[in-house]
Design a protein around this ligand. Structure first.
Ligand code: PMP
Length: 421
C-alpha cells in the first residue's frame, strides 16, 4: 500500500456525538454484542434532536401547509419553509426558492430527467455520465435516451477507482448537452473533483448535475463553489428522516422548466382543460409534501452545522487513515478504490480472499458489526472492476476508532471461520 499522508488530528468528540444517537446507545440484549454501525452510506442513524423534531411536529404543529388560514396551518407552513431556509444556507443556495423538497436523490434526478431532459434533450444529443454512477443516476437517463433517441456515454474509471479525466475531456469535445456524475462514489468512496469536472463540462457548454447523495452529508458542499446547475441529495443519509431529499437547481434554470408531476399545490390557475403553473419551488412539489420529514431534515442540518462540515470531513478522513493500514494487514484483504484518505470519503469497499461478501457481512453481523454487501446499486462499476459484489464499511460522525477495531477483529474472525488464518 502507498504510504498515507500525514493527517492532522482534529478536535472532534465522536464519543460525545455517539451519545446523541439513541439507537447506538441501546443496551444490547443479554449475550448479544453492542452495535457497531458501519452502513451510513446506505442510510444514517438519527440523533435525538431529529427524532424530537418529528415528535414535536406531530404533537404540536401538524396540519396541512400553505392553504390553511388558521394558526396551526400557518405554524406548520412556517416550520416547513424554515427547513427550506436551512437547506439553502447549508448548500450555499442563492435563495431558498432554489431548493425543492423531494423524497430522495432518486426522485431529484428523475425530476431533472423529466422536466429538464424532456425539454432540452433531442434525438442524437449526447448525455455524459460515468461508469461509477449509482443506478439512480443511470436508469433515469437510459429511460430519457430511449424516449428521445439520445446517446449515452460514460466516463471510464481507472483500476484504483478514479474517474479518467482524459476520457472526460475526449467526451466533452463531442459537446454533450448534459454531464451528470457522483461527487462521491457510494461503492468505492472516491472523492471526485466535482468543481473541476463541472468547470470543464460548463466550458464545453453542458448543463451539469451533481449526484451529492454521498457528499452533502459528509463534507462542505457549496453550490456556488461547485458551479453546477443541479445538485441532488437525500436527507436520510445525513441524519434526517427517510423520505426527505432535496433537488437544488439554479433559479434561472428551474424557472424555465415545466412541471414534473401535476396536481394540487403546483398550479397557479386550473381550468377543465388547461392550467398554469406556480412559481418554483412549488411548481415541483405537487400534492401534500412530507412536511414532518422536511422539518426533520432541517433539524439534521442544524445538528451537522453545529458540528461543522469541515470537522465532519476531517473526522472521517482521520478514521479512514486509521482504518486503511489496519485493514490492509488482514490476510486475504483487497481494498478497492483510491485507498487514500485525501481522495476518499469515509467509505471502504473490499473483498476478503474468496469469501463471498454476503458471508463476510453475515459473520460481521454475528460480531455486532453492521456493513453492507452486494453491488451497492453500481452493477456497471463492479462489472468494470471484474467483481460481482464487495463488502462495504462506511463511517459517519458517530463512528470511532473503537468501531474500526471491532471491524478489524470481526474480519479476523471471518478468516478463522473460513480456515484462512
Ligand atoms: N446516488 C448515490 C451516490 C447513492 O449513494 C445513493 C444511495 N445509495 C443514491 C444516489 C440514491 O439515493 P436514494 O436511495 O436516497 O434515492
Amino acid at each position: 500500500m502507498t504510504p498515507q499522508p500525514a493527517i492532522a488530528t482534529t478536535p472532534f468528540d465522536a464519543a460525545a456525538v455517539r451519545a446523541d444517537f439513541p439507537i447506538l446507545t441501546q443496551e444490547p440484549a443479554p449475550g448479544e454484542p453492542s452495535l457497531v454501525f458501519l452502513d451510513s452510506a446506505a442510510s444514517s442513524q438519527k440523533p435525538a434532536a431529529v427524532i424530537e423534531a418529528l415528535d414535536d411536529y406531530y404533537r404540536a404543529a401538524n396540519a396541512n401547509i400553505h392553504r390553511g388560514v388558521y394558526r396551526l396551518s400557518e405554524l406548520s407552513t412556517g416550520r416547513y419553509e424554515q427547513a427550506r431556509h436551512l437547506v439553502a444556507d447549508f448548500v450555499g443556495a442563492a435563495s431558498p426558492r432554489e431548493c425543492v423538497f423531494v423524497r430522495n436523490t432518486t426522485e431529484a434526478i428523475n425530476l431533472v430527467a423529466h422536466a429538464w431532459g424532456r425539454k432540452h434533450i433531442a434525438a442524437g444529443d449526447l448525455i455524459v455520465l460515468t461508469v461509477m454512477d449509482h443506478h439512480s443516476n443511470l436508469v433515469p437517463w437510459q429511460l430519457l435516451a430511449e424516449e428521445k433517441g439520445a446517446e449515452l456515454a460514460h466516463v471510464t474509471v481507472t483500476p484504483d477507482g478514479r474517474l479518467d479525466l482524459d476520457h472526460l475531456d475526449a467526451l466533452l469535445r463531442r459537446e454533450p448537452k448534459l454531464v451528470a456524475f457522483p461527487h462521491v462514489s457510494n461503492s468505492l468512496g472516491t472523492l471526485n473533483d466535482a468543481a473541476e469536472i463541472t468547470r470543464r463540462a460548463k466550458a464545453a457548454g453542458a448543463t451539469v448535475l451533481i449526484d451529492g447523495a454521498q457528499s452533502v452529508p459528509h463534507l462542505p458542499a457549496d453550490v456556488q463553489a461547485l458551479g453546477c446547475d443541479f445538485l441532488a441529495f437525500s436527507g436520510h443519509k445525513m441524519l434526517g428522516p427517510m423520505g426527505s431529499g432535496v433537488l437544488w437547481g439554479k433559479k434561472a434554470v428551474l424557472d424555465a422548466l415545466p412541471p414534473f408531476m401535476g396536481g394540487g399545490s403546483m398550479i397557479r390557475t386550473v381550468e377543465l382543460t388547461r392550467s398554469t403553473w406556480a412559481d418554483v419551488p412549488a411548481r415541483f412539489e405537487a400534492g401534500t409534501p412530507a412536511v414532518a420529514d422536511a422539518i426533520g431534515l432541517g433539524a439534521a442540518i442544524e445538528y451537522l452545522s453545529a458540528l461543522g462540515m469541515d470537522a465532519v470531513r476531517a473526522h472521517e478522513r482521520d478514521l479512514l487513515a486509521y482504518a486503511l493500514p489496519r485493514l490492509a494487514e488482514i490476510p486475504g484483504m483487497t481494498l478497492l478504490g483510491p485507498s487514500d484518505p485525501v481522495h476518499q470519503s469515509g467509505v471502504v469497499s473490499f473483498t476478503l480472499g474468496d469469501i463471498h461478501p454476503h458471508d463476510v457481512a453475515a459473520i460481521l453481523d454475528a460480531e455486532g458489526v453492521a456493513v453492507r454487501a452486494g453491488h451497492h446499486c453500481t452493477q456497471p462499476l463492479l462489472r468494470h472492476l471484474g467483481l460481482v459484489a464487495t463488502t462495504r464499511a462506511s463511517f459517519y460522525v458517530y463512528n470511532t476508532e473503537a468501531d474500526v477495531d471491532r471491524l478489524v477483529s470481526a474480519l479476523h474472525a471471518a478468516n478463522r471461520v473460513f480456515g484462512l488464518t
